[in-house]
Design a protein around this ligand. Sequence first.
Ligand code: GAL
Length: 413
Amino acid sequence: MIKLKRVAVALAALGMISAQAAEVEVLHWWTSGGEAKSAAELKRMIEAKGDKWKDFAVAGGGGENAMTVLKSRVVSGKAPTAAQVKGPSIQEWGAEGTLASLDSVAKAGEWDKLLPGVVANVMKYKGSYVAVPVNVHRVNWMWVNPEVFKKAGADVPKTWADFPAAAEKIQKAGFIAVAHGGQPWQDFTVFESVVLGVGGAQFYNDALVKLDQKALTSPTMEKAFDTFRTVRKYIDKDAANRDWNLATAMVINGKAAMQFMGDWAKGEFTAAGKVPGKDYLCLAAPGTDKSFTFNIDSFIVFKQSAADAAKGQADFANAVMSPEFQEVFNLNKGSIPVRSGVSLAKFDDCAKLSAKDFADTAKSGGLVPSIAHQMAVPAATTGAIQDVVTSFFNSNESSKDAVKKLASAAKTK
Ligand code: GAL
């Protein structure tokens, strides 16, 4: 041990290792084209601070696989420096007592002034910052290939009532109407946009955030399940287990007309060199243009035994909150900056619309947390509701039965 120290001191004196270099191991699930480009920017900035980036990528959209791997790493005493965890789960991890504090970094960086109050609260456990936010994603989008709609002579649906006629025309013209990947989190992503479009933001909030039993079992929820079933008619037979970015590629390549997916899909269009308004359209999912389902990516930091860990975590958090990172990362990711003071000049019209709608819906009450992306209710409840949604989507169960199961799943703690 002592000998090792001596060697380190000697090497440092020779300038061969920097006493300031910390290893920063970051768990995330950003492995698609657009996501990987975004993660690479984070790596670049960490390395620019003289730290060593250790990539801990766990493939799987929506992060379910990543969360399983994270739990086993923490249980075996090998928590990474930082991990992509968001929403109410931050509180759950806080209660485990394994998180480090970012308070001194947050204080020096005046995070309380830079972040919207609702966001800052989610990043804190018992008043202390334990997480740093990356972005604001909007989930209730519809990604459209205008060429396909044109060839099919179909109008882009503005409401869910318009949807079947458009989808029918597209199918008859030989295209796939809805690009989808049959994975539970993708089914759930479509479902929440259907609920929002059918019932409105107030209903969404009562049912999927407050978990009000009356709303969950209401005729409106039944109608949402019926509509959700209609969407299934228009996905292709090979959808099972397809990754979300491959579904996006179908819209990009003109095989499919539309996809209901959060704006990480825009990262794929961007990576493919496509221009919004020309090659593709970003429109609110049917009936949801006055609402905004938000999904905020963030990283929690874990207590570490290495002496230089705090330095690595401070470098990491400072990098994430810097205007430079917030701009370049979100340009690639499809999201918008989460902190104030970042110019949107370089962002496209989809991002500008997102920023405007985020601000407007925060005032109107149309701003709601995405349940499919773990922003609304605890992880166990999210999982139980997702199971109901996905099993309905993949069976011929009646909407009447589904709402009963939904209401009972909502009681899962
Ligand atoms: C979301 C996450 C996004 C995006 C997406 C697909 O849950 O917030 O950043 O990566 O999953 O993997």
